[in-house]
Design a protein around this ligand. Structure first.
Ligand code: NAD
Ligand code: WQD
Length: 340
């Protein structure tokens, strides 16, 4: 019997490539669609080196409706779509809002329209904890109010969630909206990982570049927040753990376990770590002393947020497994590989 095929848009990207590995290891066949705007085709070979199987790869833009239709025509065995393809840099989205609205909204519209046209009704969508803004109650649960978005990027996540909810009302579409907290780390093999463009905006890639000597020191953005050590608190989720949540989500839909047509889940560890605690964990995990200084707050930063992942545990059977030390070691191993 042929394996069910999962279409993974954005599948050569950071989270997508790790998800393709976990899907293949769980017995699925995968088709990647990516326009390589923020990744390279090396990820396809990286997946092959880890799993022994090269995923199907179609270099195409999800904003090209005909190209998407052609992918569904070519692979009639597709049973579900995981839609990662999007532009994701918060700062860039403030500079280029139309690029973000075009790419993130049109790609979703095309994917969903072609899914329905081809009788594919299960979608897993990459959403973000950014939809919660600064929650009033921590840890944050899925029923916390969605707050006005702080950036065009954040708004695309909110609008995409709404598009999916509205579509599920009037069609057979069913889906899972995964709200990721802060994905970090790399595959333990260091065959795949994150490829930051230019100066990393995110904390862990900046830390590994400082450790590698590419950057002089880390700026810790603020130590006067209302947190125990004054630095911001986040929920750092290992990318392989996060990838596994997608496999669970696909299974949950195919087994018909979902209670509503569009079910939301927080994907985090349930534990908040401050910036200074993360720096200490990196030093402990790698033995490297990391130069850092306290700098001004970064505009737009949320003070503290971490997940209540209880719903994902109860309904998807998913929970984070990897320790922060192993996660940071994997990020460092990947950074060393990039240096070679
Ligand atoms: P990434 O940039 O590494 O991966 C996205 C991939 O999509 C890239 O390979 C890119 O080339 C591709 N892509 C972009 N637009 C495309 C288009 N129109 N057609 C085809 N391919 C296209 O980013 P990531 O960190 O892996 O993020 C994946 C998803 O998760 C995104 O939707 C992102 O918004 C979401 N997300 C990421 C984070 C995070 O911190 N990394 C947090 C929450 C949510
Ligand atoms: C984490 C903490 C910084 C860099 C962003 C997006 C969010 C989501 C995940 C997609 C913060 C501090 C950082 C540095 C620092 N992406 N920091 N020095 O801001 O929680 O979330 O990525 O959906 O939408 O906004 O992640 O990694 O940028 O920052 O002190 O050089 O590290 O102030 O407290 P963030 P981050």
């Amino acid at each position: 019997m042929s394996k069910p095929i999962i279409l993974v848009t954005g599948g050569t990207g950071y989270i997508g490539s790790h998800t393709v590995v976990e899907l293949q290891q769980a017995g699925f066949e995968t088709v990647i669609v990516d326009n390589l705007s923020n990744s390279t085709a090396d990820a396809v070979e990286g997946v092959k080196r880890i799993t022994g199987v090269r995923p199907h790869f179609e270099q195409a833009d999800c904003c090209d409706r005909n190209a998407m239709a052609a992918v569904f025509d070519k692979y009639p065995g597709i049973t579900a779509v995981i839609h990662f393809a999007a532009s994701k840099a918060v700062g860039e989205s403030v500079e280029k809002p139309l690029l973000y609205y075009r790419n993130n909204l049109i790609s979703l519209l095309n994917v969903v329209e072609e899914m329905i046209a081809h009788g594919v009704f299960h979608i897993v969508f990459s959403s973000s904890c950014t939809v919660y803004g600064q929650p009033a109650v921590l840890p944050v649960t899925e029923d916390a109010p969605v707050q006005p978005a702080a950036s065009p990027y954040g708004n695309t996540k909110q609008v995409c969630e709404e598009i999916l909810r509205d579509t599920a009302v009037s069609s057979a579409l069913q889906g899972v909206l995964l709200r990721y907290f802060n994905p970090v780390g790399a595959h333990p093999s260091a065959e795949i990982g994150e490829l930051p463009v230019g100066v990393p905006q995110n904390l862990v890639p900046f830390i590994t570049q400082v450790a590698a000597g590419v950057r002089k020191e880390l700026s810790v953005f603020g130590n006067d927040y209302h947190t125990p050590d004054g630095s911001c608190i986040r929920d750092y989720i290992n990318v392989v753990d996060l990838a596994r949540a997608h496999v669970q989500a696909v299974n949950y839909l195919s087994e018909g376990k979902n209670k509503t047509a569009m079910e939301v889940f927080n994907i985090g560890t349930g534990k908040g770590l401050s910036v200074l605690e993360l720096v200490a964990a990196f030093q402990k995990a790698t033995g490297i002393k990391l130069p850092y200084r306290i700098a001004d707050r970064r505009a737009g930063d949320i003070e503290q947020v971490w997940a209540n992942p209880g719903k994902a545990h109860a309904l998807l059977g998913w929970r984070a497994q990897e320790s922060i030390e192993d996660t940071l070691r994997s990020a460092w191993k990947w950074e060393k590989k990039l240096m070679c």
